[in-house]
Design a protein around this ligand. Structure first.
Ligand SMILES: Cc1ncc(COP(=O)(O)O)c(C=O)c1O
Length: 435
């Protein structure tokens, strides 16, 4: 299933000619595909359900929390992980029933938990032992039982010594404290322990990256059962399922990336294959752990669902040396282009030679670049480029630094083009609420 195809020497997005759209709508703009969001979700469900384990797919909504996107996933039957109160309300408004919503935040506030419980959302992640006291207090105030998943700290050596590994170690409960947390929950009449969750980091391109923490979580599930008689409902592998059309920057990828290849294979089938391999690997680990009844396999995909369902269409405003100055910027694609490399596709098909370009964003910030040493077809000022894999951590993270957020359009299953977010305007900047 191709999203982008050349037809009559023009690039089309699900049949929509991008040159014509850019002339009508103005650049830059985001374009999302309902079909691809649904196909990604369904590929994950199919792949993960390939073992006998029960599986739960919980979309991580901070990845792309456009109401239209949440509505599509709610209708597909997905669960959702929300990260703040407004997002919880948005999920409810978008059609997720409260029992399909989980809530996480690194530090819980009692007032927030009271509001969540009152709205029927009762599944919460605990990142710290102190969070359990907050939950207890809120649950007893509201008179509602609370289901808890403990966030296991990702501090295994397998995560390596990178700065990212160091930073992620600040989140979650140490392995040695999980049993203490379970005992605390066991003493409560309001809390029940439902699962253990962890987060390995985004865009994990190898299934074996999940194994050390999966083993650790399964071993803890075994201890909880044998020592305390607790049967965990689920082990949650968090996010990180990769978008098959994006690449982490690394030594092995570096040379290939500079050539800007199209990642081979159909991304939806590649995603299903990854999910199938992940489920099989987790299933093997669960069998080896000899639990009396294995917990369900839960995942919280974000990028894998939304990433390659979206593109950002941008125009080259000027060329200086080998720098292309675009009208899009890092405001719209906030993730580091040094860590993640996305495909760049010209709207008019290349027929001349290729050369190396750097892609500059439109703001006057030294770090506002979108790619370096990208080998692209020769382009001229005014040409249009498509920045692929722009559906995740883009619109939901956009800022208005030296610019305004662009409009977002959705191509519906029916082929209808729908505006789902208008571009920001001067009036969004010029409001003064009180003088
Ligand atoms: C706890 C948690 N789960 C899931 C995700 C989604 O991650 P990804 O987009 O890599 O799948 C995130 C994103 O940061 C997260 O913090």
């Amino acid at each position: 299933m191709e999203l982008l195809t050349y037809h009559n020497r023009q690039l089309h997005f699900e049949g929509k000619p991008l040159k014509t759209l850019a002339e009508e709508l103005g650049t830059p703009f985001f374009l999302l595909s309902e079909k691809r969001i649904r196909a990604n979700y369904e590929a994950l469900v199919r792949g993960l359900s390939s073992t006998e384990l029960e599986t739960r797919v919980r979309y991580c909504s901070k990845t792309n929390n456009e109401a239209a996107v949440l509505k599509i996933l709610a209708a597909c039957g997905s669960q959702v992980l929300v990260s703040h109160l407004a997002e919880a309300q948005l999920a409810l408004d978008s059609g997720f029933s409260s029992h399909r919503i989980a809530y996480q935040r690194p530090v819980l506030r009692e007032q927030d938990i009271c509001e969540l419980l009152s709205s029927g959302i009762d599944f919460l992640h605990a990142f710290r032992l102190a969070d359990l006291e907050v939950m207890e207090s809120a649950a007893s105030r509201v008179g509602k039982k609370t289901r808890v998943s403990l966030r296991l700290r990702a501090d295994s050596l397998a995560r390596g010594f990178s700065p990212l590994a160091f930073l992620s170690r600040r989140l979650g409960i140490r392995k040695s404290e999980i049993l203490t947390a379970a005992e605390r929950i066991g003493r409560s009449r309001w809390l029940s322990l439902v699962g253990i969750n962890f987060y390995q980091g985004t865009q994990q391109e190898r299934v074996d990256r999940y194994l050390p923490l999966s083993r650790r979580a399964l071993a803890l599930a075994g201890q909880l059962h044998s020592q305390m008689g607790i049967r965990l409902e689920e082990i949650n592998l968090g996010g990180g399922i990769p978008s098959p059309s994006l690449r982490r920057f690394g030594l092995l990828n570096a040379i290939a990336q500079s050539k800007n290849p199209r990642v081979s294979g159909d991304p939806v089938s590649n995603l299903e294959r990854f999910a199938r391999q992940l489920a099989a690997a987790f299933h093997r680990e669960a069998q080896a752990a000899h639990l009396p009844s294995p917990p369900a396999l839960a995942v919280e995909p974000g990028r894998a669902i939304a990433g390659n369902a979206g593109i950002l269409v941008t125009r080259i405003r000027a060329i200086t040396d080998n720098w292309l100055f675009l009208d899009a910027s890092r405001n719209h694609l906030g993730e580091s282009p040094v860590l993640l490399v996305r495909e760049v596709v010209p709207v008019t098909p290349p027929d001349g030679g290729r050369r190396f370009y750097h892609l500059s964003g439109s703001t006057l910030n030294t770090m506002d670049f979108i790619g370096l040493w990208r080998r692209l077809p020769r382009v001229v000022e005014g040409d249009l480029l498509v920045l692929c894999d722009a559906g995740a951590y883009s619109i939901s993270r956009a800022s208005r630094y030296a610019g305004l957020s662009p409009a977002v359009y959705l191509v519906r299953d029916t082929g209808l083009l729908q505006i789902i977010r208008r571009a920001e305007a001067l009036s969004d900047l010029s409001q003064i609420l009180s003088e």
